[in-house]
Design a protein around this ligand. Structure first.
Ligand code: FE2
Length: 461
């Protein structure tokens, strides 16, 4: 049996998680399948091929049902229909499922924050995907979720975004161009896709250590030319996402999306986030275009599957040196119709950041010299009083804490000159910039300071 251990689950993950997840040995995730757009009234034979691909995890990226109602009982009845589909039941019994939603399962075609039943719809979504009643996710606004699987060195982070709950109204383009979509970019920077709380949450997720990351969105993130739903309808939000990936130095990011009733692979060149960023779109599980679909313009397209039902597979070969990622689209028969091989080592910015200002990132830069900026939250000393500790967090045991280790003897004269009688109290609440080499002590990051020139007092809080 393939076993898989959830080593860290930042929120309670949706269930459909079989008992083998409680296995003792953490094993790296190697095969992840995903898909979107499954109409509950139509046959869904594709599940046989999804199961045959032996995924260890399935990601449902939205339009998981075609709910399209403001009547919650109607939505529930449609979820019940999905639950009764035998292929889906088979998947559910063999692999865990994590999910986000898109417009139709959220509640209606192309709807956003204006959908009046979003609170009720969220709870129904959680009921269907087995989120426990006491899960903290039940209290957040939106279904966004993240989890990290596998042991250090082979961690896969899954981030599922909610692009519906907070999404501002779309801007319609005039005149409409038949068959090319209804929308154009909205340049009003007060509009949003994720909303402030989800943005803050996403930043925290991207700072978590992981070797490979999948960020899933209901709608496409990279494609920008068509007039249907996409992140480019809010260009400032799309840019903010790329900037966040850059600023958090999150490596190993691949984007996943659905919604479009076609499959395609798009890529943006290195200067966007420092390395090539791919967006693998799979749609639909049974809503793919029935006939040959005329190619729409997509300046970022690498490959397309523009007719037929499909699902995506992310296969990770951890044994290859460096690890190799296969980004695949497979058709209803399970045949691979698109494949891009990407070395994991490529998904990393080439140039070293000039300044590490966020101490939470210190652990990623062991052995490197940087400047960190922070407000000193707590302090302490070694037993011998030889070293003074200044911490970036209230609790020095906090996973995000970086400890600045001050060599008391080396700095003694400096403390006198600066009239610092009690260094332990002096630094608390002060904003500091500390330069030095990051090293690990008992798996905790530290910077040793033995020269006053390493310390810069910025401002008091
Ligand atoms: Fe959709």
């Amino acid at each position: 049996m393939r076993n898989l251990l959830v080593t860290r689950c930042l929120f309670i993950v949706a269930t459909f998680v079989p008992s083998f997840l409680a296995a003792d040995e953490p094993q790296a995730l190697r095969t992840i399948a995903f898909g979107s757009c499954a109409h509950q009234e139509k046959p869904q034979p594709i599940w046989e091929s999804v199961v045959a691909a032996r995924p260890e995890l399935f990601l449902f990226l939205g339009d998981n049902i075609y709910g399209d109602s403001e009547n919650i009982d109607v939505l529930k009845a449609k979820y019940d229909k999905l639950a009764a589909i035998s292929g889906f039941q088979k998947l559910k019994s063999t692999c865990p499922i994590l999910a986000t939603w898109d417009d139709h399962d959220f509640g209606g075609d192309d709807v956003g924050a204006n959908y009046p039943k979003r609170v009720e719809s969220q709870q129904l979504f959680f009921d269907f995907f087995g989120v426990p009643p006491d899960s903290p996710r039940r209290k957040q606004e939106g279904v966004y979720n993240a989890a990290i699987f596998g042991p250090p060195g082979k961690r896969v982070q899954i981030i599922l975004l909610d692009c519906r709950y907070h999404r501002s109204p779309l801007k319609k383009r005039e005149p409409q161009i038949k068959g090319q979509g209804n929308y154009e970019p909205n340049t009003d920077k007060t509009t949003t896709i994720l909303g402030p709380a989800q943005w803050k949450w996403l930043e925290e997720q991207l700072k978590q250590p992981a070797e490979f990351r999948l960020i899933a969105s209901g709608v496409q993130i990279i494609a920008e030319d068509h007039g249907y739903e996409k992140w480019m309808n809010f260009p400032h939000e799309r840019e903010r996402l790329f900037k966040l990936i850059r600023d958090t130095e999150a490596t190993g990011v691949v984007l996943l999306s659905g919604d479009r009733h076609l499959a395609e692979l798009s890529v943006l060149k290195d200067d966007t986030i420092g390395y090539p960023i791919y967006d693998l779109t799979s749609s639909g599980l049974n809503q793919g275009a029935k006939g040959w679909r005329k190619l729409e313009v997509n300046q970022h397209r690498v490959a397309t599957m523009n007719f037929g039902n499909n699902f995506g597979v992310i296969a990770i070969d951890w044994d290859s040196k460096p690890p190799l990622i296969r980004l695949q689209i497979r058709d209803e028969s399970g045949d691979i119709t698109i494949q891009q091989k990407v070395l994991l080592s490529v998904l990393k910015a080439k140039s070293k950041p000039k300044s590490l200002t966020d101490p939470k990132l210190a652990k990623r830069h062991v052995g490197e010299e940087f400047a960190v900026e922070f407000v000193a939250r707590s302090s302490g000393t070694s037993k011998t009083k030889e070293f003074l500790f200044v911490n970036t967090e209230e609790d020095f045991k906090d996973a995000d804490n970086l400890t600045i280790v001050l060599d008391a003897k080396a700095l003694d004269e400096d403390f006198h000159r600066e009239h610092i009688d009690d260094p332990l109290k002096f630094f608390i609440g002060k904003k500091l910039r500390i330069r030095g080499t990051v090293h690990l002590r008992q798996d905790k990051p530290q910077i040793l300071v033995n020269d006053w020139g390493q310390i810069e007092l910025l401002e008091e809080q």
